[in-house]
Design a protein around this ligand. Sequence first.
Ligand SMILES: Cc1cc2nc3c(=O)[nH]c(=O)nc-3n(C[C@H](O)[C@H](O)[C@H](O)COP(=O)(O)OP(=O)(O)OC[C@H]3O[C@@H](n4cnc5c(N)ncnc54)[C@H](O)[C@@H]3O)c2cc1C
Length: 257
Amino acid sequence: MKESYDVIIVGGAVIGSAVAYYLSANPDFTGSVLVVERDPTYLKASTSLSSSSIRTQFSNPINVKISQYGSDVIRNFGDLMQVGDDKPDLAFHSGGYLFLANTQEQAQILKENHDAQISCGADVVLWSRAELADAFPHLNVGDIELASYGRSGEGWFNNTGLMYGFKNKARSLGVEYVTDEVVGIGRAGDRVNSVTLKSGQKVRAGTIVNCSGPRAALTAAWPVSTFRSNRGSAPCSSSTARSLPKARRTSITADCR
Ligand SMILES: Cc1cc2nc3c(=O)[nH]c(=O)nc-3n(C[C@H](O)[C@H](O)[C@H](O)COP(=O)(O)OP(=O)(O)OC[C@H]3O[C@@H](n4cnc5c(N)ncnc54)[C@H](O)[C@@H]3O)c2cc1C
């Protein structure tokens, strides 16, 4: 591990590893990347616990587009993440989500969502009660007003396979992973510029990406200390420590075409 990286990613499960991959695979990015992961078994990571299913049935077209992109990535994952002869297979199982409305009000919501999904080209269908009974004869459809079903582009897959695919590919592109825990964040002025690891090491960072999942708020609240130099950094103490402002947010808009 070096003393300094352009980007340090806190958390190396699916999001941290995806960020590491997309950065390192971007020809416009030539910087160094370190991923700090406290538990390389990923025992309690959301990624390991996830049902790992993907759907296009959302109310917001941006979410539909994100999922359509995700489906493409999953479909082509072996080619995208191939390292040497190793082509990861996510064992994608196609299977649609079925949303059911049992009031007129809910049926109206399904119709509005359906319009948003269709506007993005999603392969979804609305079924009347009779059509639903035809498709799923084992269901008791007596109180169902309307159903929405994903005919393709929905299903489930190998969750840790997705994470290890990103991780292995990122490593092959030069990203470093270290088993340690970020327990402090250093700053210079209004910019964060280093992480303190549980092992005691302090590592400089141009940018820090918080990918620590459900612990993200904890990570953001780590005591902040002033990082004076590569060698003589001030330890975090209760007198210098203060939390990062949790209320500060950056708005990101995606333009779907
Ligand atoms: C039961 C369940 C079912 C789900 N089902 C679905 C689904 O069907 N479809 C779907 O799209 N999503 C689903 N999700 C959500 C999805 O799993 C998560 O959005 C995704 O896995 C989040 O990934 P992550 O990398 O952000 O977080 P995590 O997988 O939690 O990873 C965070 C990582 O950060 C590490 N870390 C934390 N703090 C530190 C620190 N200070 N220093 C170093 N490392 C640190 C942790 O050890 C961990 O490995 C589900 C989630 C759960 C819990």
